[in-house]
Ligand binder design. Structure first.
Ligand SMILES: [Zn+2]
Length: 128
């Protein structure tokens, strides 16, 4: 299974924002191969989402949830402003509305992805 192109993921993220009734649906999704154990991250003011291709290639079935996780950060910022907790009730509500469990960490194996660091301990969960 190959990972979707960033342009397609950008369309998916914009559709999620529309589903959450976010008026400003401008968003951009990029693959960032410099990410190591982080599945994704969101730059709220820019509306940019970065996803980790090396990690998500190991678990492409998790891509939708990771994309929703980051898109929900952008949506929560636009709907409720900068002073809400990152994974608080606003963000969790958006995740549930999109049909995803509001989990903060991913459980995709990260062995071999960390550069110049000790091997992760068994059972350790990495932040998305
Ligand atoms: Zn998060």
């Amino acid at each position: 299974m190959t990972l979707p192109a960033a342009a397609e993921l950008t369309q998916r993220a914009a559709a999620m924002l529309a589903g959450w009734r976010v008026l400003d649906q401008a968003v951009r999704v990029v693959w960032n191969d410099r990410l190591t154990t982080t599945a994704g991250r969101a730059f709220l003011k820019r509306g940019q989402i970065e996803l980790n291709p090396g990690l998500l290639a190991r678990a492409p079935e998790k891509l939708d949830r990771v994309l929703a996780h980051e898109a929900a950060h952008v949506a929560a910022f636009r709907l409720f402003g900068p002073n809400i907790p990152a994974h608080g009730r606003h963000w969790r509500s958006l995740m549930r509305l999109a049909g995803h469990a509001p989990e903060v960490t991913h459980d995709i194996p990260v062995h071999g992805l960390r550069r110049g660091a000790a091997r992760p301990r068994a059972g350790r969960r990495s932040p998305t």
